[in-house]
Design a protein around this ligand. Structure first.
Ligand code: 8X3
Length: 253
């Protein structure tokens, strides 16, 4: 499973679908070598056929699995860019009514998952000399909204982790980029958040003529990690025009 040594190399978590899959595909189409990481092997099968992609199964919330991931990637030549994309939302309940279990899951996957993978790969990125970490947070990481509850709390946490990391790793010439997307229509995000209720998931995007799609965000990620290394796009907020703010969404029909 050795990959070419000449090109840029990234690891993308949460790569089986949505923004992660689109990013893995976009980077390889531009000549990158990509380790595409996700929890379930069968969900990575469609990416395995793509030249330049090495699928690796790993649950980022499991420190033991992350240690094996590091070993696999080290043996296969390493990376210069880490893209922490794995994450998700569960529920739209108020603080008064939400369940601590949901909050725990969101903290685990968004914050501790990012922490686990980042800690594991920092020595490799430092040794490289021009490392990049890009964390996919959310507009929910800086703007609270009703029903945001545990998702806001987790994304604010991941946003803070990212800001601290930027301060701490500058000495090691690691740039730390945060991409904060607003409304992105993907197959899984709203479906997971609404616990499989397809009608509720559909309502999230109802009447929004052009929400962002995964490829829009993948293009921005690709740009941010491809500009010369001394250029650090610290925080990129990206929303569809129809979502002027978290509380202002233009819906037609
Ligand atoms: C998703 C953006 O607006 O649903 O991360 O919180 S939002």
């Amino acid at each position: 499973m050795n990959i070419e040594s000449s090109s840029r190399r990234a690891l993308v978590t949460g790569a089986s679908s949505g923004i992660g899959a689109a990013t893995a595909l976009r980077l390889t189409s531009e000549g990158w070598q990509v380790f595409a990481v996700a929890r379930r092997a069968e969900k990575l099968e469609h990416l395995a056929e793509q030249e330049g992609i090495v699928p690796v199964v790993c649950d980022v919330t499991d420190a033991g699995q992350v240690a094996s991931l590091l070993e696999t990637v080290t043996e296969a030549g390493g990376i210069d860019t880490l893209i922490n994309n794995a994450g998700g939302a569960l529920g739209v309940d108020s603080v008064a009514q939400s369940s601590a279990e949901d909050w725990r899951w969101m903290y685990e996957v968004n914050v501790l998952g990012t922490l686990n993978v980042t800690q594991a790969f920092l020595p490799m990125l430092r040794a490289h000399g021009e490392g990049t970490v890009l964390n996919l947070t959310s507009t929910a990481g800086t703007v609270a909204y009703e029903g945001g509850a545990g998702y806001n709390a987790a994304k604010f946490g991941q946003h803070s982790l990212t800001s601290v990391l930027r301060l701490e790793e500058a000495e090691h010439n690691i740039r730390v980029i945060e991409v904060q997307p607003g409304m992105v229509r993907t197959d899984e995000f709203a479906a997971k958040r609404m616990r499989g209720d397809a009608a509720a998931a559909e309502k999230v995007y109802a009447g929004v003529e052009k929400p962002l799609v995964a490829e829009d965000v993948a293009e921005i990620i690709t740009h941010a990690v491809t500009v010369p290394h001394h250029v650090n796009l610290d925080q990129i907020v990206v929303r569809p025009v129809a979502q002027a703010a978290q509380h202002k969404v233009i819906r037609k029909g």
